[in-house]
Design a binder for this molecule. Sequence first.
Ligand code: NOJ
Ligand code: MG
Length: 586
Amino acid sequence: MPNSRKEKFCEQGKCLLLVLVVVVAAIVVPCVLTLTDKDFRMKEKSLPELEWWKTSIIYQVYPRSFQDSDGDGTGDLKGVTKHLDYLKDLGVGAIWLSPFYKSPMRDFGYDVQNHTQVDPLFGTMEDFDELMQEAKKRNLRILVDFVPNHTSNESVWFNSSRHSVGKYKDFYIWTDGINCSNCIDTNFKKPPNDWSSAFRGSAWTYDDHRKQFYYHAYLDSQPDLNVRNPDVVEELSNILRFWLGKGVDGFRGDAIRKLFESQDLQENENGIQNLTRNLPEIYPIMQKWKSLLDEYAGDGKEKILIAESYGISNEMRDSYYKVDTIPFNFAFVQKLNRTCGARCIQNIVVSSLDGLKTNWWPNFVLGSHDVSRIADRMETYLVDVFNMLLLTLPGTPTTYYGEEIGMRDTFYQFNESRDPAGLNYKGDYLQHTRDPERSPMQWNSSLNAGFSSGTPWLHVNPNYPLLNVEKQKSTNTSTLSIYKRLAELRQHPSFTNKKIIFSFVNDNIISYVRAEVDQPKFLVVMNFGSRTSTANCSGPPVVAMNGEVVLATADSLTGSSSYKLGDTVELENIGLRAGEGIIVKI
Ligand code: NOJ
Ligand code: MG
């Protein structure tokens, strides 16, 4: 602006006005931001900003069973993409996809034939790219399954290994076995030891071509890789690089505890399984993979590696944390049963958190594609309080698809069942089959619960006309609505804090406080018993006479709750019916 015009502008008093506007804006804008923007508020209070995976719910999708988009009866990647809005709305932050890689499907995808190809049953790589893009748009993270312990016996690697081709010769665990001197056929060979497969029988299978035994912790069609071979590790690392290149946010590492076996094949395990599980060589290899992931991390883009780590002591847990991964905490999966009441649940929580170092982040898992659903493992009426427990405990929760609507296990006759873990045990297959928890997601009350227009690979639970997403969306006391509100509430800094302080606990009731400095406290009170019970939570750590109900579960039959949102509750005398839970703001 030429000088003369500038002077004219100021002469007219406009100059002063402009200065005034700038000053007012400088005061008002930050104030408005402070009140509306959560992150801003957190910075104001100088709370540390947490990495995305510390504040996210992980939601496990078993792609076969989530949504079929092409009518072949099997769920697929396009089906997952279709429901991203649902998942966003549910309040989950990350989606872990069980394997969708090229596979002969003997173990439904956990027998990988090619780790960097999409099996046609699940769609195409373009479908995956689209899923990634759509997830990113919604700020949803994607975790994929990484299966480093074994491959399919139909993989190029195994076929090459059977034929001792080049570097593949030692890709698997091969051994000659033992001569059988007292057999009719003296050329007959016996396995080298008594090590057994998770799916029944010996873990050794004789290969006629190579004339040697190979080791398999699972099915004979899932030969174990020799992860002591650097070439194998390099190939596995390349798989991670491939999916990181696609933009995934992390991995769930399958069967990590079985990565290594003793090299002394003459030793028997006698059922103790100390030679084929949790060998310490696991940690350096996990560390190597975690470092590889870190190369792909950027601001807000931390990549995570979660180990499937069953049956670990707290000491082993600590070793996992040291290599900077989260070992899945399966304490609920392994220890919950119908005899486990409130005190037992409290013990599980306490021992899970016991000794966790300051920078180690807790996590809890309630269900998966490998265990009976919570509605059947425990009492059905406890579904809401279990979701309340999972989502209000410190750390990262993992929810198995369908648990947000309280899906039940589905019964399959032996001749309808598909899971090899069950089929291998004809007599007592119900003890072993994992089909019941893998039944298709129940979206609505139309044909096949809206899962597929074709014949589902496993039939839908017959309860679907009453139990489905659509129906639960329209009632604000449903398991789904409660879940959503829990997901919202747990974003509050008092819940993302790592501490938990127990309040009143008896045989039925557990209560605890979640708090953060300079923030309101929340008291969570849940009745895991089979009858009405009363809690007195007015003493320490709460020290208050009353509080405001901010969340209350409802009776699944009548839809009624003892408490309404906004009610003032007397903390000295909190009565809760069986399976009822409330969250009170103090
Ligand atoms: C653990 C998986 O969760 C399970 O489903 C699978 O059968 C085994 N690993 C073998 O991959
Ligand atoms: Mg399909």
